[in-house]
Ligand binder design. Structure first.
Ligand code: ADP
Ligand code: MG
Length: 375
C-alpha cells in the first residue's frame, strides 16, 4: 500500500538521521528547492497538496468522509479522527506522487493547526511534525479559516489585500478586515449556527441528506425564493454578526408546525420542499450580502473576498456578483474546488515562511473557535 511505503520511507529516513546525521536523506535535495507539502485534517476531509513558491498547485488530493458521516446526519468527531489516521499517509504519498516529488524535494511542511476538531487536527499535525523532524525542514502552522481566504488570493493570481473577507463554512461564518495576506482582523462571526451548519440542519429537516448545502441548492432550483418570508436576523442593524438559529427554527416550524398549534401542517410535497429550500437559501444569502456591504462601507475597502464551503453555492455567487457590480467593488470568490476543505489553500504558508513564522516541534493544536454544533 502507498501508505506503508511512506511509513517505511519515514522509518528508514529516521534511522539515517540518527546514524548518519542526515547525510543520506539530504543527498538529493538542492539547497534552493522551492516546493512545500501542505496537510489539512481539521474536520472531515483528509487533504494534502504540493505547492511551489509561485503558488502553482502541483497536486491537491482530498479524501472526503461524507460517506462515513452521512448516516449520522452530521460529523462525528471520533469517526473523523479515526478515518484521518487510516488515510493520512496514503493521501500524503498520493500528493507527492502526483506532483512528481520525493520527500527530499520538500523545503517545508505546512499544516493546519487551528481551528477544528481536536482529534482530527492532531492526526495531521503528528504526520507533519514527523516529516519536518525526519527531513529537518521547517514546520509552518496554518490557520484553517485564514487559509479559506487565501484561496481567493490564489485564485486571483496576485495580491488582493487589503480587502474585506467572508468565510462561510460548516463551522464558521466570519467577517474579516484583511489588512494584508497575514493580518486578519475579525469584525464579526455567528453567535449561534454557522451558515453551512444551517444548510446542513435545514437539509435534515427537509429529508434531503448530508451534506446539506449542495442538496438544498439542488432542491431550490425549482422553488420560489419568495414563497416563504423567513427571518433575516440583524439585517437592519449595525452589528457585523450573524445568527442563523432563528431561521433554522422557522424552517422547522414551517415543516412540522409551531409547537402548541392545532393548525394542520401541509404535506411536504416536492414543490413545498423546493419552495422552502429556495426561501431559506435566499434568507441566508440576503444577510451575508448585506453584512459584507456594511463591512466594506465601514472599512472603506474596494475588494471583497469570499471563501468556505457555502461559497460554492451558485446562487450565492451570483448574488454577491450583482452586489459587487452595483457597488463598484471587486469581488473575488474562491473557485468551487477551493471552497470546501482542501490543502492547497494552506499555500498561505509561503507567506508565513517568508516572515519566519515557523513552529518548533512541541507545537500543539488549537481547536479554538469550533463550537459544539447544536441540533
Ligand atoms: P468546514 O471547514 O467547516 O468543514 P467546509 O469549508 O468544508 O466546512 O464547507 C462545508 C460546508 O459547506 C457544509 O456545511 C456544506 O453544507 C456547505 N456547502 C457545501 N456546498 C454548498 C453549496 N453548494 N451551498 C451551500 N452550502 C454548501
Ligand atoms: Mg473549511
Amino acid at each position: 500500500m502507498a501508505g506503508n511505503r511512506l511509513i517505511i520511507r519515514l522509518l528508514l529516513l529516521g534511522c539515517c538521521v540518527r546514524e548518519n546525521e542526515g547525510q543520506l536523506f539530504r543527498s538529493n535535495r538542492s539547497a534552493d528547492t522551492q516546493v512545500l507539502l501542505a496537510i489539512e485534517s481539521s474536520c472531515d476531509e483528509t487533504a494534502a497538496a504540493v505547492i511551489d513558491r509561485e503558488l502553482h498547485v502541483l497536486s491537491n488530493v482530498v479524501a472526503s468522509q461524507t460517506d462515513l458521516h452521512q448516516r449520522f446526519g452530521g460529523i462525528v468527531p471520533e469517526v473523523a479522527s479515526r478515518a484521518h489516521v487510516r488515510r493520512i499517509l496514503p493521501i500524503i504519498d498520493e500528493s507527492l506522487q502526483e506532483a512528481g516529488c520525493e520527500l527530499d524535494d520538500l523545503c517545508a511542511i505546512a499544516v493546519v493547526t487551528e481551528p477544528g476538531l481536536v482529534g482530527s487536527l492532531l492526526v495531521g499535525l503528528t504526520a507533519a511534525k514527523t516529516l519536518a523532524m525526519v527531513m529537518r525542514i521547517p514546520l509552518v502552522p496554518v490557520n484553517h479559516v485564514e487559509a479559506h481566504l487565501y484561496a481567493c488570493r490564489m485564485a486571483a493570481g496576485r495580491d488582493i489585500f487589503p480587502a474585506v473577507g467572508l468565510v462561510v463554512s460548516g463551522g464558521h461564518s466570519n467577517l474579516y478586515d484583511c489588512h494584508s495576506s497575514l493580518e486578519f482582523e475579525l469584525l464579526g462571526s455567528t453567535i449561534d449556527d454557522a451558515a453551512g451548519e444551517a444548510f446542513d440542519k435545514v437539509a435534515q429537516t427537509l429529508n434531503l441528506g448530508f451534506p446539506g448545502g449542495p442538496a438544498v441548492e439542488q432542491a431550490a432550483h425549482i422553488g420560489s425564493s419568495s414563497a416563504f418570508k423567513f427571518p433575516r436576523t440583524f439585517l437592519n442593524e449595525d452589528r457585523l454578526e450573524f445568527s442563523f438559529s432563528g431561521l433554522k427554527t422557522a424552517v422547522l416550524y414551517t415543516v412540522r408546525g409551531t409547537p402548541g398549534s392545532r393548525k394542520p401542517v401541509p404535506q411536504l410535497t416536492e414543490q413545498r420542499i423546493a419552495d422552502i429550500a429556495a426561501s431559506f437559501q435566499e434568507a441566508v444569502i440576503d444577510v451575508l450580502v448585506a453584512k459584507c456591504q456594511q463591512a466594506i462601507k465601514l472599512r472603506c475597502r474596494q475588494v471583497l473576498c469570499v471563501g468556505g464551503g457555502v461559497a460554492a453555492n451558485t446562487h450565492l455567487r451570483q448574488s454577491f456578483q450583482r452586489m459587487a457590480d452595483e457597488s463598484g467593488i471587486e469581488l473575488i470568490i474562491a473557485p468551487p474546488e477551493y471552497c470546501t476543505d482542501n490543502a492547497a489553500m494552506a499555500a498561505i504558508a509561503w507567506e508565513l515562511l517568508e516572515q519566519g513564522r515557523t513552529a518548533s516541534l512541541d507545537i500543539d493544536v488549537t481547536p479554538g473557535l469550533v463550537r459544539q454544533r447544536t441540533r
